[in-house]
Design a protein around this ligand. Structure first.
Ligand code: M6R
Length: 620
């Protein structure tokens, strides 16, 4: 979603901002803009569309060494140049970029208009430029409260403005009277400060900073910072000084570049064997038939006292939770459930103080999952992160957890992060189950098979089977069905989501036993039904459901275990390597990822940045 990059120092800022925006592109956006503090006015350039379109409008000789920039994912107001950020106050002396949502937009805007503010956009964000200007120019109280005279003080003007706002923000603000200075503030939308030698950065995502510095300070909610070339000063919004600690961004294996692959999605599908190795490395104790997740910091005593496990996530992460919950409940014999974070947080959930919650997220910034974390914590519950992005809001809010170590995932459609979420949850399953019901022998078998998964993924990707024929049928269809039972029902849900996001083909996933209770009405002659039926205890039942579909004219695309005679039931049959039943999701999901990728490609879709989607969903 929206991205921010800002810089103050000695460099030529315009190209740096454009490069920073490019590194934020993967998050998803629909317009972009920059503001440069050059001389007697701010130079603002905005464009609808790609950063490349903006770059064409930014002159090579735009002078200035302080600036802020933004990629916008529309919330309030359409995708137009006027609505793109940055936004200026009436006189063009204050300029703002904003991530987040202002909930009390209507009363603030009405009051500002009554005072003479001229709004040039439909956004909630423009309110900030006018509201900050109100206090900066010393126009006094806003509403009922009396305010101190802080005219001309940029930090206090931002502080007072934000004290009137309800909602979420990550903002960067420049004042024409204070060249070389950027004010930043965070509440609910991430911001990270980058420290260089005689230069300082601000960004919504550390990925934008990596080419310049790895020394960073993560801002916390309720913080305000003043940046200039010599460094940074920070405060709490509600008063008092505050100094966040300086951290060094970890070298993640892999990089955020596309390399020789035509798309990030394909690259990331092929990175899965290595990503899984990174996730499992040092955590599987084969000899002991156990696992060790140091970041959880739970003793066997504490593990055995866990009364239930709740896994929370959205989209693909929720699908990983479904797999994890099934494994935990069946192997550790502890009640375990998967919850859609956006539903959970708003239904006043009962929180068991002896339970353990996991917030599962690639980005670590998903607003709904973060909201669920806060709700659990408010009710005295324990919540750990299962997160990919180090230092992200969810990772920091939870304090403890397990990093996924997928490496940067740039494509909007999640692939390698899904696999690592599932693998991380299997590690936790093993760690927990060995303190409860799982014998050393069974633990060893589990650990050995888990350890072998990266090679099996590699083996499959080297020979992915007849995907192209399946792609042809899927691309011709009005709607595609995904069926599976047990663990494979979760894989079916993930396959349908993936196909939908990347190809825009309506796709429905059902546990295969449910098909006859309604969705079967949609089947027509030739409808593609993608059936996930690995060699497991439920295979025979899935096969019956598959026959019911076939009898109604459906074309069956069957994902099955290599060598299994069930292959005969598919019109197209795609074999995956054999493994322990538990780990089939890590293999059966692969052809579904490739199917989605190739269908998107065949239909000419924007594979890495599908329409309307964002990589990091920071609004509720
Ligand atoms: O960053 P998160 O894992 O929290 O993101 C959750 C979902 O937004 C995400 O999985 C989304 O469904 C993906 N686009 C799926 O490919």
């Amino acid at each position: 979603m929206c991205g921010i990059i800002g810089y103050t120092g000695k460099r030529d800022v315009a190209p740096l901002l454009v490069q920073g925006l490019r590194r934020l592109e993967y998050r998803g956006y629909d317009s972009a803009g920059i503001a440069v503090a050059g001389g007697r006015r701010f130079e603002v350039r905005k464009e609808v569309g790609r950063v490349a379109d903006l770059e064409r409008t930014v002159e090579a000789n735009l002078p200035g060494s302080t600036g802020i920039a933004h990629t916008r994912w529309a919330t309030h107001g359409g995708v137009t140049k006027e609505n793109a950020h940055p936004h200026l106050d009436n006189e063009g002396r204050i300029v703002v970029v904003h991530n987040g949502i202002i909930e009390n937009m209507a009363p603030l805007k009405a009051r500002l208009i009554a005072e003479g503010a001229i709004f040039r956009s439909e956004t909630d964000s423009e309110i900030l430029a006018h509201l900050i200007a109100h206090f900066y120019h010393g126009y006094g109280s806003f509403g009922d409260s009396i305010v101190p005279d802080i005219a001309g003080d940029p930090v206090e003007a931002v502080r007072l403005a934000l004290s009137r706002v309800r909602g979420t923000w990550g903002i960067a603000v420049m004042f024409l009277d204070h060249p070389g200075m950027i004010i930043a503030a965070r509440n609910g939308s991430p911001l990270v400060i980058g420290l260089g030698d005689g230069e300082t950065f601000i960004a919504s995502d550390p990925h934008a900073l990596v080419p310049y510095t790895r020394r960073v300070m993560f801002m916390a909610d309720g913080e305000l910072a003043q940046l200039d070339a010599s460094g940074v000063q920070t405060w709490r919004l509600d008063g008092g000084a505050h100094t966040p600690s300086i951290e060094t961004l970890e070298e993640e294996w892999g990089d955020g570049e596309q390399g020789d692959f035509p798309h990030f999605m394909l690259k990331e599908i092929h990175e899965q064997p290595e990503a899984l190795r990174q996730c499992l490395s040092g955590r599987v104790l084969v000899e002991e038939g156990a696992a060790k997740l140091g970041g959880l910091d739970l003793s066997p005593r504490e593990l055995v006292d866990i009364s239930r496990v709740t896994l929370l996530g959205c989209g693909t992460s929720y699908h990983a939770c479904l797999v994890g919950a099934m494994a935990i409940e069946q192997l550790a014999r502890i009640p375990a459930t998967a919850e859609i974070a956006s539903e959970f947080r708003h239904r006043n959930p009962v929180i068991d103080p002896h339970g353990l919650h996991f917030a599962v997220s690639q980005s670590g910034e998903t607003a709904d999952t973060l909201g669920a974390v806060k709700e659990i914590q408010r009710k005295g519950g324990r919540v750990m992160g299962a997160v990919n992005v180090v230092g992200s809001s969810i990772a920091r809010s939870c304090g403890r957890g397990v990093y996924l170590h997928s490496g940067p995932e740039m494509a909007v459609a999640s692939t390698k992060a899904y696999s690592n979420m599932v693998a991380a949850l299997y590690l936790f399953t093993l760690q927990l189950a060995r303190t409860t019901h799982l014998s050393a022998h069974a633990g060893r078998e589990f650990a050995e098979h888990l350890q072998a998964i990266p090679s099996l993924v590699e083996q499959y990707l080297a020979d992915p089977g007849p995907i192209d024929e399946a792609v042809r049928w899927v691309c011709e269809s009005k709607v595609t069905f995904f069926l599976g039972r047990g663990l494979s029902a979760s894989v079916a849900a993930e396959g349908a989501l993936k196909l939908m996001e990347v190809s825009y083909i309506p796709s429905i996933a059902y546990p295969s036993g449910e098909m006859k209770h309604g969705p079967i009405a949609l089947l027509e002659k030739g409808s593609p039904v993608i059936c996930i039926a690995p060699d497991d205890a439920l295979k025979a039942k899935t096969a019956s459901n598959l026959q019911e579909c076939r009898a109604r004219g459906a074309r069956i695309i069957l994902v099955h275990t290599a060598g299994d005679p069930i292959a005969e039931l598919g019109d197209v049959s795609i074999p995956v390597p054999a493994t322990l039943e538990w780990f089939t999701p890590l293999l059966t999901v692969l052809p579904l990822q490739l199917l989605a990728y190739k269908a998107g490609l065949a239909l000419g879709r924007d594979i890495d940045r599908p329409r309307n989607l964002a990589k990091s969903v920071t609004v509720e």
